[in-house]
Ligand binder design. Structure first.
Ligand code: PEP
Ligand code: MN
Length: 263
């Protein structure tokens, strides 16, 4: 099926010749951290900044994110660098706050893929939505979730494969590379890959990212932290700025080999 393009911010398009890379930390932690991360992401060649302000953590005592103050810091990083921002919305009651701040791409995280009330409200907006695959969601369930958004009138949807639960525990999740060509045959929404939450380990990320592009992914979202060991969440999977920069350099070659580019 032909892939439609979804444009985030003024000029970052998913689903065309170019393969955008989204990067930034798992969580927004401090002003200095996110402003530095934004500079590093831009310098490395990423074109959208990520950062979680509302964090879906397994345990209640874990850092839950800075909340709207974190979104405000992302907006400041956007102003400083010109990079559009993506951040996760967990609670439908905060949608207006996200819209008021003009979050460029609203993320629906894996744990909320089937939060149908959230999906319905997002369907009434015109903001692009990054819909991550549920922890154990089939393609049918994932596409049905996308339909909840699309049937409300918002077709600006990007699907994100981020690994699924399997019996293998050597890595955090199992990246379902097959999902990329399988979705391409079934939907016109762009498909991107998150190798960070799939791998759970920084050392595995370059291989998964290359495989994703070779298999036809329309973009990548990769966690990067200015000081990975000090990350407040997902430290083990955070790339350094230097790692990200050399990875994007290598990914360009893979993109060119499959008739695309990263620019
Ligand atoms: C994230 O991207 O910050 C995140 C929590 O990912 P996922 O929903 O895929 O676990
Ligand atoms: Mn994370």
């Amino acid at each position: 099926m032909n892939t439609q393009t979804v444009t985030v911010g003024k000029k970052v398009s998913f689903g065309g010749f170019n393969i955008p890379v989204i990067s930034g930390p798992c969580s927004v932690e401090t002003r200095d951290q996110i402003l530095t991360a934004a500079d590093c992401a831009k310098e490395a060649g990423a074109t959208i900044l990520r950062g979680g302000a509302f964090k879906p953590r397994t345990r209640p005592e874990s850092f839950q994110g800075l909340g709207l103050a974190g979104v405000d810091l992302l907006c400041e990083a956007r102003d400083a660098t010109g990079l559009p921002i993506v951040t996760e919305l967990m609670d439908v009651r905060l949608l207006d706050e996200f819209l008021n701040r003009k979050v460029d791409l609203i993320q629906v995280g894996s744990r909320n893929m089937q939060n149908f009330d959230l999906l319905k409200e997002l369907g009434k907006t015109q903001t692009p939505i990054l819909l991550k695959r549920g922890l154990a969601a089939t393609l049918d369930e994932w596409l049905a979730a996308a339909d909840y958004i699309a049937s409300g009138g918002n077709e600006q949807i990007i699907l994100c494969e981020r690994g699924i639960r399997s019996f293998e525990y050597s890595y955090r999740n199992t990246l379902d590379i097959s999902a990329i060509p399988a979705l391409k045959a079934r939907t016109h929404f762009p498909v991107i890959v998150d190798p960070s939450h799939a791998a759970g380990k920084a050392a595995l990320i370059p291989s998964l990212a290359k495989a994703a592009i070779a298999a036809g992914a329309d973009g990548l979202i990769i966690e990067m932290h200015p000081n990975p060991a000090q990350s407040w969440s997902d430290a083990e999977q955070a790339l350094s700025a230097q790692d990200l920069s050399s990875l994007i350099h290598d990914l360009k070659k893979v993109a060119l080999a499959v008739g695309r580019d990263i620019s």
